[in-house]
Design a protein around this ligand. Sequence first.
Ligand code: BG6
Length: 484
Amino acid sequence: TEIKRTFPEGFLWGGAVAANQVEGAWNVDGKGISTADMAIYKRNVSKSDYKKHNSMTEEHIQKAMQDTSDHDYPKRQGIDFYHRYPEDLALFGEMGFKTLRVSIAWTRIFPNGDEDKPNEAGLQFYDRLFDEMHKNGIEPLVTLSHYEMPMYLVNHYGGWTQRKVVDFFIHFCKTVFTRYKNKVKHWITFNEIDSIVRHPFTSGGIIPERFENVEQAVYQGLHHQFVASALAVKYCHEIVPGSKIGCMLTRLTTYPHTCNPQDMLAAFKANQFNYFFTDVQVRGAYPHYMKRFFHEKGIVIEKLESDDEILKTHPVDFISFSYYMSLVASADSEGMEKVSGNTIGGVKNPYLETSDWGWQVDPVGLRLSLNELYSRYEVPLFIVENGLGAYDKVEEDGSIQDDYRIDYFRAHFEQMHEAILDGVELMGYTSWGAIDLVSYSSSEMEKRYGFIYVDKDNDGNGTLERKRKKSFYWYKDVISNNGL
Ligand code: BG6
C-alpha cells in the first residue's frame, strides 16, 4: 500500500527563538545584565575562531560590565522582539504555527538572580507575550535557561559552580511556573545542557581565568545543572497542571572515518559522551562509563546526599534536541581536512555538502539521530532546533528567493517522516531562528535562519522591517497539509 506522507495528528509544527538573541531591550523595565550581554560582534574573525572568541576573558568582562552602550553588542539589541512581538507573532500565526519555542530571560524576572521578590515588569512582559501567542493560536514552548544567566551570579557566586545557584534558579522556576501555569504547558529545562563543556561561560557563567582547575569547575557546574533540572521537573509537575517538561541536548551524531576499529571506537566514544547528558536526565543516574572519565581526569564531583535521589525521582517527560549537522571522528585526525559545526568541529565527510558556515548538511543523520535516541530511551522526542544559517539576498522586487533553505527543510522533513515510520514517537518540530536573529556563536545578523527576513546587518544598520521569504509560504503550506 502507498504510504501517506503526513505526520501524526496534533504534530507540533513551529519555530524556535531564544530571549537573548531576539528580545534586545537589555536594560529596559528593570532587566539585569546577563552573560549574553557580554558578547560582542568582532569583525574579521574567521569562522573557525568563533569558539575562541566566545570564551570570555577577565579583561573583556571588566570592560563590557562598564560599557553601557549597545553598540558592538548585538545581543543587547536583538531584533527588538521585546517591542515588536505582536507583529512577529501575527506572522508566525499566519504560517499556521502550532507552537513557538521561546525562553524566559532570568534577568528580567530576577535582575541579579538572588533576590526574593521578582521584578513585576519582567513578569508582565511574558504575560503579554504568552497571551499574544494564544491569540494567534500558538502554544508556548518555554526554555527556562537558554545561554544566559545574571552577571551578578557570575561575579559573586562563580556562576553554576556554587550550590547556592541551584536554589536561586529553582526560586526563579517556581516563580514562573506559578505565574504562567495556566498559559504554558510545555517546558524545557536547560538549552543544550551538554554545551557547558564546550563553552563554560555561555552555559555555566564560568570565567576560565577565575578557576585553577577549569574542568573541575565545569563538571561541578554541570552537576548543579543536572540537579536543578531534576528539581525543575519536580516543581513543574507539582505546580503546572497537565504539564510536560523535557531536557535539551545538542545531538552530535558522529560517524567513524573508516571501519578501522580504532575509528569505530573514536566514534562510539563521541556518541557515548553525547548520551551522558540524556542518560542522567532520562535514566536518572550518572552512567557507568563516566567513572573512568572522571577518574582519569582527576575530577571529583561534590554531591549532597540527596542528589542521587533527586536525579532518580524526577526524570524528564521528553527529550528535546537540536540537530544541525553530523560529525566524523577519526582515531588519528592529524593532517585531515577539518570542518566546523554547531559549537564543535570534526573531520570532513566527503559525502556531504556544507553550509555557508561550513556545517555538514546531513538529513539522513537526523533519521539516525531520532532512531538512536528513541531506541535508547523510548520516551517522546521533540526536535526543537534545526535549520540552515545562510546569506540571503533581497531582490530588486523585495523578494527573498531562499530555495536552498526550502531544499534543506524538505530533505530533513522527509527523513523525520521516515523516522516516524520507523516507529519513533516525535511530538513536534520547531525550526531554529524562525525569524532572522543574532547568531549565538558569532553575534552576526547576516547568518540568517528565518522564514522571515529582518532588515538589519552585522553593523546594526537597518530598519528592522520584517519581510516574508519564499520559505515562509512553503512552510505555511507544509503546516497546513501536516507535512504531506
Ligand atoms: C544552538 C543554540 O546551539 O545553535 C542557538 O541553541 C544557536 O542559540 C543555534 O543560535 C545556531 O548557532 P549559531 O551559532 O549559528 O547561532
